[in-house]
Ligand binder design. Structure first.
Ligand code: BEZ
Length: 249
């Protein structure tokens, strides 16, 4: 998926703002080495650096890596599903933070193994992603709009929203001890219209469509969802979070 950092800064600033509890969960200490998995435009990475840590951001998107580097931070284009194959990162980090990134990675078992591979013994992770049921209404509206326009959404679907047991299996299989793992609804207000959310986060469903058709799908999805999700001009999406803290024994 190609990310547009300008659109992201406008439509997705709330993602890092809502990541504050995750920083508390990680509790980064000055001098620690921290990995930010799926760093996006580096907004949370910058907060980890400001806590006095040596932080590396990784993201599969070169555009997002460039945006993170533009903040003066260290970042590298790397898919976290391949972390377990990066010997130079082995046992390098005291901690890992990841916010709203793992649901873009279908092989979450590989991500778990990779996180274990790059942590030092005793190292910890604080992670949040979309969990089972996340954006279910939005997804239903978008899928119906795509089908109405003759597009099969499922082969384009980039999202994997795991339940607690599945994630616990990945983490324990990778050798982690789980300190907490919770799934909870977090209705999320958008800073603007849902059309901007579709452009920023659902572009992969619309890739390759002529602009007129793309706009028609977005308008149809918007129309289907407005009664349920929009009140007095404010859109509130049905986010569900899976949040966990785990550590290596
Ligand atoms: C999420 O953070 O849960 C999310 C964001 C964009 C698309 C799907 C899910």
């Amino acid at each position: 998926m190609k990310w547009d950092p300008t659109g992201y800064a406008h439509h997705a600033a709330f993602v890092a703002e809502l990541g504050a509890p995750l920083l508390e969960l990680l509790a980064p200490q000055p001098g620690e080495t921290i990995l930010d998995v799926g760093c996006g435009d580096g907004a949370l990475t910058a907060q980890i650096a400001a806590a006095g840590c040596e932080v590396l951001g990784i993201d599969a998107s070169p555009e997002q890596v460039a945006a993170t580097r533009a903040r003066g931070l260290d970042a590298r284009a790397l898919d976290a599903q391949l972390l377990e194959h990066q010997p130079e990162l082995s046992r390098r980090f005291h901690g890992i933070l990841s916010n709203a990134a793992l649901h873009w990675m279908p092989d979450q078992a590989a991500v778990g193994r990779g996180m274990a591979y790059v942590l030092r013994p005793g190292g910890r992770c604080a992670v949040e992603l979309g969990g089972a049921g996340n954006v279910a209404r939005v997804r239903a509206g978008l899928f119906a709009a795509l089908e109405q326009h003759g597009i099969d959404p499922e082969p384009r679907n980039p999202w994997t929203f795991p339940d607690r047991d599945t994630m616990a299996g990945h983490l324990e299989g990778a050798g982690f001890a789980i300190d907490m793992l919770e799934l909870f609804p977090r209705p999320t207000q958008l800073p603007g219209d849902i059309s901007g959310w579709f452009e920023t986060f659902a572009g992969v469903f619309l890739d390759g469509l002529p602009d007129v058709r793309r706009q028609a799908v977005i308008a149809s999805a918007r129309e289907r969802l407005s009664a349920e999700l929009c009140s007095a001009g404010t859109w509130t999406l049905d986010y569900v979070r899976l949040r966990f803290r785990c550590h290596l024994p």
